[in-house]
Unconditional design. Structure first.
Length: 54
């Protein structure tokens, strides 16, 4: 309950974005391979940002 109003850190926000991009890439992989590859690339860029923060 006390964590209800806790704001997410920048790292947590990037991790959520990374997971979202990978999920989109997975769903697109069956219908549009080019878009899937683009989403995967974007996810890799987000992961690089996360790694730089450590």
């Amino acid at each position: 309950m006390f964590g209800l109003f806790k704001k997410k850190s920048e790292k947590e926000k990037l991790q959520v974005k990374y997971e979202k991009l990978l999920k989109e890439a997975h769903t697109l992989s069956t219908s549009n391979r080019r878009m899937s590859d683009q989403k995967t690339f974007e996810a890799e860029e987000v992961m690089k940002k996360i790694e730089k923060m450590n």
